[in-house]
Design a protein around this ligand. Structure first.
Ligand SMILES: [Zn+2]
Length: 125
């Protein structure tokens, strides 16, 4: 009976520690992405104003924990101008009414709405 009680206590401690590790990992992620973002901003060729806008946008995404989009903006091959991603093909969308850059089209992904709207169909038969 005593042994069983001890076991339950150990399990509780393990669970508590696992939860704490999970929480710490989540907190560490924030700093990890900020670091990436700073490095991307430091080597960016964009105008300072655009870099600052990109940083502000990414900071909001970090608060929202939208890691996928943060990576697209601030990751190693991130684009500080990215403001969204196509739900089908994941190409970066830029601008106020986010659209793909013309050179990224056509992406040739089936079901990509930007392909249909934005490209001349002559090239793809
Ligand atoms: Zn697409």
């Amino acid at each position: 009976m005593k042994g069983k009680k001890k076991m339950t206590k150990t399990k509780k401690v393990i669970k508590k520690l696992k939860d704490e590790i999970k929480q710490l990992k989540e907190e560490a992620k924030i700093f990890y992405f900020y670091k990436k973002l700073i490095l991307t901003a430091a080597k960016s060729q964009y105008e300072p104003k655009d870099v600052v806008e990109g940083l502000k946008f990414a900071a909001k995404l970090i608060v929202k924990k939208d890691w996928h989009m943060v990576e697209k903006i601030g990751g190693a091959s991130g684009d500080l101008m990215a403001r969204g991603a196509c739900p089908k093909c994941d190409i970066n969308l830029v601008g106020e009414n986010p659209k793909p850059r013309s050179f990224t089209l056509p992406c040739l992904i089936k079901g990509c709405t930007f392909n249909i709207e934005e490209t001349n169909t002559e090239g793809i038969q």
